[in-house]
Design a protein around this ligand. Structure first.
Ligand code: S6P
Ligand code: ZN
Length: 212
């Protein structure tokens, strides 16, 4: 669900920015909100149901009438052009679907290009997977900066009991490609709540869905 300036309950805080001139925004490290922002995206479970491994758990949550917000992002108005630096904040709620932690959908960039993440509050794990299948996991926490090299798909997982907020900056023309990972059943590893903390295990859905 994408909300543009002018159609959300936060309208009173929205000012249309112009990135043709310098601008600044206020960043709330606890909530992840940008003030002002130009657009926001709210991703409920029903919007990304297939991302989670335990489909019975997904159906059970949705059948109960609940549709938790998995994450929310705030965007300033930066053009999708090569010389611009796009950035946004994301807040992932705390929780699990079955035992799998709430997480982002995860993507490649259409143009393989680097991205920078800065942790603001909460704790989590970034799962990264290169086009040739190399894997990396990095802990994301306040003041931690994570460099995502070109060609590495990335997904962020909230492994804590409070919301995980972070800022990400990437090339304006990078684009977001969700299909490349989803067409093969998603990332090779998933993050679950274990008795002694987060557990990373091989995904059962990986390669179950193959390109046709
Ligand atoms: C953008 C950057 C992040 C994600 C956000 C949501 O390039 O990687 O800001 O967009 O965390 O993730 P996703 O995979 O659902 O778009
Ligand atoms: Zn990205």
């Amino acid at each position: 669900m994408v909300c543009k300036a002018g159609d959300s309950e936060f309208d009173q805080d929205v000012t249309v920015l112009s990135a043709s001139r310098p601008f600044s925004v206020a960043l709330d490290f606890a909530t992840g909100s940008l003030t002002p922002y130009s657009a926001s995206l709210v991703r409920p479970l029903s919007d990304m149901a297939s991302a989670f491994e335990d489909q019975a758990a997904v159906e059970s949550i949705l059948a109960s009438g609940d549709d938790p917000v998995i994450y929310r992002s705030y965007y300033p108005d930066v053009p999708n052009e090569p010389d611009h630096l796009a950035f946004l904040t994301t807040t992932i709620s705390a929780g699990t679907v079955g035992s799998e932690f709430f997480m982002t959908r995860g993507h490649h960039h259409y143009r393989d290009s680097a991205e920078l993440y800065v942790g603001m509050s909460g704790e989590g794990i970034m799962v990264m997977e290169s086009r040739r299948g190399d894997l990396s996991q990095q802990e994301l926490a306040p003041s931690v900066v994570i460099y995502v090299p070109p060609g590495w798909a990335h997904r962020t997982v909230n492994t804590g009991n409070v919301p995980l907020t972070f800022l990400a900056a990437y090339y304006g023309d990078a684009g977001h490609d969700y299909g490349a990972m989803e067409s093969t059943g998603g990332f090779s590893i998933r993050v679950y709540r274990g008795d002694d903390g987060p557990q990373l295990r091989r995904s059962a859905t990986r390669d179950r869905v193959g390109p046709s």
